[in-house]
Design a protein. Structure first.
Length: 355
């Protein structure tokens, strides 16, 4: 094995330069080294695309991946060289109060630790603690497994929402997270109405089981929801658009939700202060609960990624339909461009292949 590896590094312009860097090595007895086979482009990565961001310069990014184990530390028991795996990239410091009880998604050092270790999948190799490596069954492809991070984010949000059978659910945003949210809600027996502005994304939502799809550029979201929910509003609304749309979509989510209902914030906020103007008095008088959701970890005794892997292996959720494009790592800039121009390209989940 060479001591070098190929990796995509962020440059000052916010695009990527693919070059040779030092290959990662196993730093501890219970860590694993794996060769990445497929990596996915996430909405968060996309928001930083072509933006000058000194903190990310010369860094390897990416956190959705499947891989093949090539080397294990002497204390590793759960995987062996040659195993196909999905790698969970939520990793905390392992010593804080939250990591101690497996709520590592809430670790105060999460961002720093994961950026320096496992959140580096736009490369040939990755290393991480054995606990974050999950074996893939033969019939789950590497491409499908790359979407398990996305499904796990949505699963955590659904667990926090307390969703029940036959609930009326709205999903704002039909990107990968929104489509995962839709599928999990359907698998749990809810009725789902989903909103977006990209016709190809809404068509995919329909194919994945949405009861009603709404293009908010041509239809009125509120009247559609009222018709869908017998005039009450939804029991639960998941905000899955995030980013710069939040000042608009979060108040919209509240307006679509019934008295006593819940709004779950799944889409990511931008860093720093965000002003959200909304009818706070209505939110208070209607006792609408705002539930923020952050990544995923464990739910009770179960790893949320393993729950999603089990659902995928049993065919209860569909990842394959969500993968619209695939590019080799060398064409990462083209891949990002395709993901960003989704209205023209019809992109939903864009995969990068390493082989
Ligand atoms: Zn921690």
């Amino acid at each position: 094995m060479s001591n070098k590896m190929k990796a995509a590094l962020k440059n000052a312009a916010g695009t990527f330069d693919v070059q040779e860097v030092d290959r990662v090595k196993i730093p501890a007895d219970d860590w694993v080294l794996a060769r990445i086979t497929v990596s996915g482009i996430c909405g968060t990565d996309l928001r930083h695309w072509k933006k000058h961001d000194p903190d990310l310069e010369c860094r390897i990014m990416g956190h959705e991946l499947a891989a093949e184990v090539v080397e294990i530390g002497p204390a590793v028991k759960n995987v062996n060289p040659g195993d196909r795996v999905v790698v969970e990239t939520v990793l905390g410091d392992g010593i804080c109060d939250w990591c101690r009880v497996q709520q590592y998604n809430l670790c105060p050092n999460l961002y720093k630790v994961r950026m320096e270790t496992v959140s580096r999948s736009f490369a040939e190799y990755i290393t991480g603690p054995a606990s974050r490596f999950h074996l893939l069954p033969d019939h789950v492809s590497d491409e499908e497994a790359t979407l398990l991070d996305t499904f796990s984010v949505s699963l955590h949000a659904q667990q926090l929402s307390g969703l029940h059978i036959n609930d009326k659910v709205a999903v704002i945003g039909a990107g990968p997270i929104g489509l995962a949210q839709l599928q999990l809600a359907k698998a749990s027996g809810a009725d789902v109405i989903i909103f977006d502005v990209v016709p190809s994304s809404l068509a995919l939502a329909k194919a994945l089981g949405a009861d009603r799809t709404v293009n908010v550029e041509t239809e009125d979201a509120l009247s559609c929801v009222m018709e869908f929910s017998l005039g009450r509003g939804t029991d639960i609304t998941f905000e899955c658009a995030g980013g710069p749309s939040m000042p608009h979509t979060l108040p919209q989510a509240v307006s679509l939700t019934r008295i006593g209902g819940k709004v779950v914030i799944v889409g990511g906020f931008e860093a720093g202060m965000t002003n959200i103007e909304m009818d706070w008095q209505h939110l208070q008088m209607a006792e609408i609960k705002l539930i923020p959701s952050a990544s995923y970890a464990f739910w009770d005794i179960y790893s949320e990624m393993e729950i999603c892997l089990d659902l995928l292996a049993k065919g209860k959720i569909n990842a394959r339909k969500m993968i619209t494009h695939s590019f080799p790592l060398d064409k990462i800039n083209e891949a990002f461009q395709t993901a960003q121009n989704k209205k023209d390209t019809g992109a939903v989940f864009v995969a990068l292949t390493m082989a």
